[in-house]
Design a protein around this ligand. Structure first.
Ligand SMILES: [Zn+2]
Length: 277
C-alpha cells in the first residue's frame, strides 16, 4: 500500500453516525447508543474487508469479552471483529462494537500487547466518548451528529450533506484527554482481567521504533488517530511504576494467542485496499 493509500484507508478511525431526527439526539440513552452502534457496525462490516476466520474471530471475541466483562459496562452486548488489513489501527463504535485491524494482530508479540489495544478501545465505549461528541454537537444545534471518516460509507448524499453541516474534522480523532482516559481505563481493565499491562508499553515502543525507522514517511495510522503518543507512553510508564508490586503473577501470554498467531500466518495476505488515493 502506498503511504497515501494507507492514510486514506486509515481513516476508518471514527465510524459514522447521523442522527436523523434532531429531537432523537438529545441525551442519548443506552438503547439509542446500542442501536446507532449496531447500524454503524452493519455499514462497517459491509464496507471494510472483514477477516472471515471463525477461529481467529472466536479468540479475539473471547479475549475482548474477558476484558469488557470487568468494566462498568459489562451489561453491553460486546462484539469484536478483525478488519483484514495490515494497517495498524483499531477503533470502536458506540454500544460495544470494537474493531481491531489484522495489522495489530500480526504486530502483537503476546496476548498482553493485544489486550492493551482492545482494552483501550473498550474504554472509549465505557466512557461514551463518541456519544458525548454527538451530544455536544446536538447541543450546539448543528442538527446532524457525524463521525464520518469511512470514505465509502460517506459516498452518499445524506452523509455528504452532513459533512458540510457538521464538519468531519470535529469527529476525526478522539481528543488527547480522551486518549489518556482510554489508556488509563484500559490499563486497569487489563489488570482486572489478570493480564500484565506492560504490553501496552511494549506495543507502543514497537510502533514508535517502526515509525522512526521509516523516517516518519510511513506514519502508522494508529498515531494519527490516537494523538499524544509521547505523553501517553510516559503516562503508561508511570502507571506501571505505581503498580509494580501488583504485576507479578499476571499473565503476559497464552497458548490461545500463540495458536491464533500461527493460524494468522497461514492465511492469505490481507488484500490491498482498492480505495485509490
Ligand atoms: Zn483511542
Amino acid at each position: 500500500m502506498t503511504p497515501a493509500s494507507r492514510r486514506h484507508f486509515a481513516r476508518i478511525g471514527a465510524g459514522f453516525v447521523a442522527c436523523v431526527s434532531l429531537a432523537a439526539c438529545g441525551g442519548i440513552s443506552q438503547q439509542q447508543e446500542v442501536e446507532m452502534g449496531a447500524q454503524e457496525a452493519q455499514q462497517v462490516n459491509a464496507q471494510l474487508p472483514m477477516l472471515q476466520d471463525a477461529t481467529i474471530n472466536a479468540y479475539v471475541n473471547s479475549l475482548g469479552n474477558q476484558l469488557a466483562r470487568t468494566t462498568s459496562r459489562a451489561d453491553l452486548d460486546w462484539h469484536f471483529a478483525v478488519v483484514n488489513t495490515d494497517v495498524i489501527n483499531a477503533f470502536a463504535l458506540p454500544g460495544g462494537y470494537v474493531y481491531v485491524n489484522r495489522g495489530v494482530l500480526s504486530h502483537a508479540s503476546n496476548e498482553s500487547e493485544l489486550a492493551g489495544v482492545l482494552a483501550h478501545e473498550i474504554e472509549h465505549v465505557v466512557r461514551r466518548h463518541s456519544v458525548k461528541q454527538m451530544e455536544q454537537v446536538n447541543n450546539a444545534n448543528i442538527g446532524v451528529a457525524l463521525a464520518c471518516t469511512l470514505t465509502n460509507v460517506c459516498n452518499n448524499q445524506v452523509t455528504q450533506a452532513a459533512i458540510q453541516v457538521g464538519g468531519s474534522a470535529y469527529f476525526a480523532k478522539n481528543s488527547r484527554a480522551d486518549e489518556v482516559q482510554a489508556d488509563e481505563g484500559g490499563f486497569n481493565t487489563v489488570m482486572r482481567a489478570g493480564i500484565n499491562p506492560r504490553g501496552m508499553l511494549t506495543f507502543f515502543d514497537k510502533l514508535l521504533a517502526e515509525e522512526q525507522q521509516s523516517g516518519g514517511s510511513n506514519t502508522i495510522s494508529w498515531f494519527a488517530d490516537h494523538p499524544g503518543t509521547q505523553d501517553r507512553i510516559a503516562d503508561i510508564q508511570r502507571m506501571l511504576n505505581a503498580n509494580a508490586g501488583r504485576l507479578n503473577g499476571l499473565r503476559t501470554d497464552s497458548q490461545a494467542f500463540q495458536s491464533m498467531k500461527r493460524r494468522l500466518a497461514q492465511l492469505p495476505p490481507a488484500p490491498r485496499t482498492s480505495s485509490g488515493n
